[in-house]
Write a protein that binds this ligand. Structure first.
Ligand SMILES: [Zn+2]
Length: 205
């Protein structure tokens, strides 16, 4: 267990913390609301150090390819401009948070916040080398964002307390977590206002 010293080169990325993915939403993630408190703590931790906070969002047209009416796997969700596409009302995003919209055209889906968004370039331009990832859902957008982030050469910190899984098949979330850690994501948790590398979780693999 060791404390992580945050500084220049660090950034926080909150994945798809949108109303449709919260309990009661059209594609609500079980217990998805439980991630908001730890994410707000992460936001404070980064923002008070002047470090950038990014927030990705699904931002779909009404006839999006991922929706059941078009033969996709999901009910309609996060239609651009709709109530369900808004960020969770309790999420305390700083006013200068950088919003990253994805899957904005009908024919293209994007689980990863890096897919078609220019996020990697933007992070590099800001001098970011280490990215902490949290949000929804562990087994889809968080998984793909973390794997792409590592593939783009970023060091990735992952906060398991601040993510939840859809678990269409039981165990999907656990398998996703294993994949991310095996690829080199570093599990972290908040403790006493500090970010701690959670070696115990990594050692379970
Ligand atoms: Zn979507």
């Amino acid at each position: 267990m060791s404390a992580i010293v945050l500084g220049k080169g660090d950034a926080l990325l909150i994945v798809d913390l949108q109303r449709d993915f919260l309990p009661g939403g059209s594609l609500g993630v079980p217990q998805g609301d439980l991630v908001i408190a730890p994410i707000n703590e992460l936001i404070r931790l980064y923002h008070e150090r002047g470090l950038p906070v990014y927030a990705s969002r699904d931002w779909h047209p009404a006839d999006h390819v991922s929706f059941a009416a078009q033969g996709g796997p999901w009910p309609p969700h996060c239609v651009a401009g709709s109530e369900g596409a808004r960020f969770g009302s309790d999420l305390q995003l700083p006013p200068d948070a950088i919003v990253v919209s994805k899957a904005e055209t009908a024919a293209q889906d994007a689980y990863s916040a890096f897919n078609g968004t220019g996020l990697a370039r933007r992070l590099r331009e800001q001098g970011v080398s280490r990215l902490a990832v949290c949000g929804l859902a562990t087994d889809y957008c968080v998984l793909n964002t973390v794997l792409d982030g590592i593939g783009e050469g970023f060091e990735v910190l992952l906060a398991p307390d601040a993510t939840r899984a859809v678990n269409v098949s039981p165990g999907d979330g656990d398998r996703a977590m294993t994949r991310m850690l095996m690829r080199g994501a570093v599990p972290v948790r908040l403790s006493g206002g500090h970010l701690i590398a959670d070696a115990a979780l990594g050692a379970q693999l």
